[in-house]
Design a protein around this ligand. Structure first.
Ligand code: SAJ
Length: 429
């Protein structure tokens, strides 16, 4: 049982807002804080400023119950959850300026006894940096009472929810809670137990920070393995999807799926925080990042080869812009870079982009004479070359007959059977 009944959540983005809403619907009095007035206004109307299944119902319910409100000013509270962005800087180390800005809002409100939880994905020792920063602003406070003043508790509790399943995974996932002190870890555990039905595992702050980074690096390294296999298979003239399917019949082998590269704001970013913390030792993690980052260029080359076979003015259908299937999230999506490079680097080429989850082209593609956003059937009908960049369900349902006579570059393996049938038919003819 927690004694905390008021929480301020700093940062109302993809993680902060769901966390604020789930605490509020479980009876905690929550104030959400964001620098963006439009986000604050939307939340106060009970609305959600981005797409995430079931979040709208939670926010609307919590606001109408009176347990959730939003503001631009950090209020006094018994606990603070910091869920602000930690992008990387040009040298790929983490930019902690948003965490520091949150700390400047919290520091004047502290009276002693409060719990401050960092949820943002963070490089090793970021929680200590946050603690040092706040205690630097408030030398009357301390971690352990050693200066005779009141104590403040600091913990790291990384989020691990999958976009698209956030409201389910917030409740069902296990959580790692790392405290600078064991008392801080226990206080944070008791607070998360208000809504979390998974196991809540206690550790120290730096191990918790690394656990989050390691989870995403594990995935990055394994996707890099699949991407490397796809390039090797192409060279050897074999089907990588069949290769992986067969190898995965082994009881201890589970290879992931290749794609056009790795997107999203987590897996393509977090491994760099480990590399920055231990550059000489992070050889595999760095190489995996490089392999995945090189994949879009390889795809561009494949499309270029196919397009050049059609003469000077090829029409290319690019299917999908999102960073993964069935979502509208374009952040760090390799598909956008590939489409932009095709539009720019192939003289005379026309690009027909189909992305059923967006209504307009992103900035990297808009305003170009040779790029149009259209529907899937039209893009395919007009194209000489079709490149699949995202495995949206809509693309899986395409009529194979509409693909006859087109060159197909399927980076997600969704049309394996179509390609196989076409090859069989050609062999029989
Ligand atoms: N991808 C592949 N092949 C695969 C699996 C994924 O190419 O076999 C690509 C996807 O197409 C996408 C990228 O990887 O471009 C990332 O997609 P994802 O679904 O694997 O992960 P994210 O980025 O949506 O969410 C991850 C999750 N982390 C792990 O699964 C270890 C999530 O649990 C984290 O909370 C989230 O990062 C985060 O916020 O850190």
């Amino acid at each position: 049982m927690t004694d905390i009944n008021s929480v301020a959540v700093i940062g109302l983005g993809y993680i902060g807002l769901p966390t604020a809403a789930i605490l509020a619907t479980n009876g905690i009095s929550v104030v959400g804080v964001d620098v963006n007035q439009r986000t604050v206004d939307a939340v106060n109307r009970g609305e959600v400023p981005f797409v995430e299944p079931d979040l709208g119902v939670h926010v609307a319910g919590a606001v109408s119950q009176g347990n959730l409100r939003a503001t631009t000013e950090t209020p006094a509270s018994q606990a603070y959850i910091v869920a602000v962005p930690t992008p990387f800087l040009s040298d790929r180390s983490a930019d902690l300026s948003y965490i520091e800005a949150a700390a400047r809002g919290i520091a004047p409100q502290l009276a002693g006894g409060e719990l401050i939880i960092l949820e943002s994905t963070s490089p090793p020792r970021a929680t200590r940096h946050l603690a040092d920063y706040i205690l630097g602003l408030r030398p009357d406070l301390s971690l352990d009472g050693s200066n005779g003043g009141p104590v403040i508790h600091f913990a790291h509790c990384p989020e691990r929810v999958l976009p698209g399943r956030v409201m389910i995974e917030l409740v069902t996932n296990d959580r790692i809670v790392g405290g600078i002190t064991s008392e801080a870890a226990q206080l944070a555990k008791d607070l998360y137990a208000v809504f979390c039905q998974g196991e809540i595992l206690l550790t120290d702050d730096v191990t918790a920070e690394m656990a989050k980074l390691v989870e995403n690096s594990y995935r990055d390294v394994n996707i890099a393995f699949a991407n490397e296999l796809s390039v090797i298979s192409d060279k050897l003239g074999i089907d990588v999807w069949e290769l992986i399917r067969l190898a995965n019949h082994h009881p201890r082998v589970n290879i992931l799926q290749p794609g056009p590269g790795v997107g999203g704001h987590c897996i393509a970013v977090d491994p760099w925080f480990i590399v920055a913390a231990a550059p000489g030792e992070s050889r595999l993690i760095r190489t995996a990042r490089e392999v995945n980052d090189a994949k879009p260029e390889w795809v561009v080359e494949k499309v270029r080869e196919a397009a050049l076979a059609y003469g000077k003015e090829p029409k290319i259908a690019a299917l999908g812009l999102a960073f993964k299937a069935n979502i509208d999230d374009l952040r760090e999506s390799p598909a956008i870079g590939i489409a932009a490079e095709l539009a720019e680097g192939l003289p005379g080429a026309q690009l027909l982009v189909a992305e059923p989850h967006v209504e307009s082209l992103p900035r990297a593609l808009e305003g170009r004479d040779n790029v149009v956003l259209t529907d899937t059937a039209d893009a395919i009908a007009q194209a000489d070359v079709v490149v699949v960049l995202v495995d949206h369900d809509e693309f899986k349902g395409v009529d194979p007959e509409t693909l006859a006579d087109k060159a197909i570059i399927d980076t997600r393996g969704i049309w394996r059977d179509i390609a196989f049938d076409a090859a069989t038919a050609a062999a029989k003819a």
